[in-house]
Design a protein around this ligand. Structure first.
Ligand code: EPU
Length: 422
């Protein structure tokens, strides 16, 4: 098992760049089940979750090639298996994204129930209800579910709660369904719009993405297209927060500022000055670091996927802040680890009160989930002395080349197999 060894404190300086979005790449890869061979997707991020999705789709029968510039080509778009192996499905919750396209194009799928994970119960009831409303039969079998329909039919679906992958599954189910589908109370995240852009290029008729309601007119089948994945707004946000908390000056290239408005507002409140140009954000944090109180919300609100990183920042800011997590019921696993580093945080249900401390101290900490690991790396960049981050497979699920990117900005961070703490 590898660890990340980080020696702090440091002040980040220099230029870096952002990879393609994990949460766009995953649904778009699932959507390749719907389109013809010849489709090319550029900017695929080199991440564990993406590799797992490609393995899962390849096991079903899809054939891909990927070049050294991380452009993926669909070589064969067909399946020979209608029930993906449990170990692959269970390695990643996003595997539920094959539900819509598999039933739409191949008439059925049997898939493991994803179950709970470190950040919450994460049920799939909204995905299954939506499939039923489109005419599919949904049969539960122990810990699997079999969903089938000779032909899905358009429907009006009012989501009782906004769900990102639920909205994406519904869109993929509806693009080749019989007739019109109207999806209300949908997720407005940029990754949903990126999926819609991809599907439109393949011939789908979708309007309204980015708003509360999406309308889809079913077409017979989809063709092929060429598409570039949008930049990862969570990676960009993580790098900007890292710069703010280390009192650094960095330039983040290849990002999409339009998707980062709530993050910019908070960084400016924290005292950072930002210079935003086209696809580049420069941040300069030379003064006092002020704490920011946040409530996580669906897009365009503050993303839950940056809650842990903002908490790490507040842990070293000058004053008190409050963080409220409203999306997932158990997304505070990083609190205990940040406290081991000297952070002063108290928890009351889904709210955390943070009293900024002057210094954190390096120690051995354990990553519990993807964004918690990012927060611990950020804290370690500010902490005095050596920090050792264990269970780093979590970070590899969502950040490509994290130690290379941070090293290039001046951090002392390296990956070790079986590092011994003396
Ligand atoms: N929910 C239900 N029933 C459902 C689906 C969702 O009750 O059938 C609830 C969830 O339990 C949660 C809320 O609805 O309380 C919102 O969850 P959502 O479905 O939007 O989450 P998701 O689609 O499973 C995606 C991202 C997550 C990100 C969330 C929220 C992907 C692959 N994953 O998850 O990303 O946190 O949206 O923005 O797009 C990450 O990248 O670290 C990550 C966890």
């Amino acid at each position: 098992m590898h660890q990340l060894v980080i020696n702090g404190p440091c002040q980040l300086k220099g230029e870096t760049w952002v990879s393609g979005s994990k949460n766009s790449a995953l649904p778009i890869l699932a959507a390749t089940l719907l389109c013809e061979k010849g489709t090319i997707v550029h900017g695929i991020p080199h991440l564990k979750d993406v590799t797992s999705m490609i393995s899962l789709l390849s096991t079903l029968g899809m054939v891909y090639s990927i070049d050294d510039k991380l452009s993926l080509t669909v070589e064969k778009s067909n399946v020979t298996l209608l029930s993906p192996p449990s170990d692959l499905v269970k390695s990643m919750r996003a595997s539920i994204l094959i539900l819509g396209p598999m039933v739409s194009r191949f008439g059925e799928v049997t898939i493991d129930m994803p179950g709970g994970c470190a950040i919450g119960a994460r049920p799939i009831n909204l995905h299954l209800d939506m499939m039923s409303k489109m005419g599919a039969s949904v049969v539960m079998m122990d810990d699997k579910v079999h969903v089938s329909a000779p032909k899905l039919t358009g429907a009006i679906i009012n989501f009782e709660k906004q769900t990102v992958t639920g909205t994406e599954n519904a869109i993929m189910a509806a693009v080749c369904a019989e007739g019109k589908t109207v999806l209300n109370n949908v997720a407005k995240e940029p990754e949903v719009s990126d999926l819609c852009d991809f599907l439109r290029k393949c011939g789908a008729k979708i309007t309204g993405d980015g708003t509360e309601s999406i309308t889809i007119d079913g077409v017979d089948c989809l063709g092929s297209c060429e598409h570039r994945i949008v930049p990862d707004r969570i990676e960009a946000g993580t790098l900007l927060i890292a710069a703010a908390m280390t009192k650094g000056t960095i330039k983040v290239n290849d990002c999409e500022p339009m998707h980062l408005q709530s993050v910019f507002k908070l960084l400016e409140q924290a005292g950072a000055s930002l210079d935003i140009k086209d696809k580049t954000v420069a941040i300069d944090m030379t003064g006092d670091l002020k704490p920011v109180s946040i409530t996580t919300e669906v897009y365009p609100g503050v993303p839950t996927d940056l809650q842990a990183q903002f908490m790490a920042m507040n842990a070293v800011a000058n004053g008190q802040s409050l963080i409220e997590e409203t999306i997932f019921e158990n997304r505070f696993k990083h609190v205990g680890e940040l406290k081991r580093m000297g952070a002063d945080i108290s928890l009351q249900g889904n709210k955390a009160t943070i009293e900024g401390v002057e210094k954190l101290k390096g120690c051995v900490v354990k990553a519990t989930d993807l964004r918690a690991s990012a927060a611990l790396i950020l804290a370690a960049l500010c902490a005095e002395g050596e920090s050792v981050l264990e269970s780093i497979h979590h970070i590899d699920r969502g950040y490509s080349n994290i130690e290379e990117k941070l090293s290039a900005l001046g951090a002392s961070i390296r990956r070790h197999p079986n590092y011994m703490v003396l």
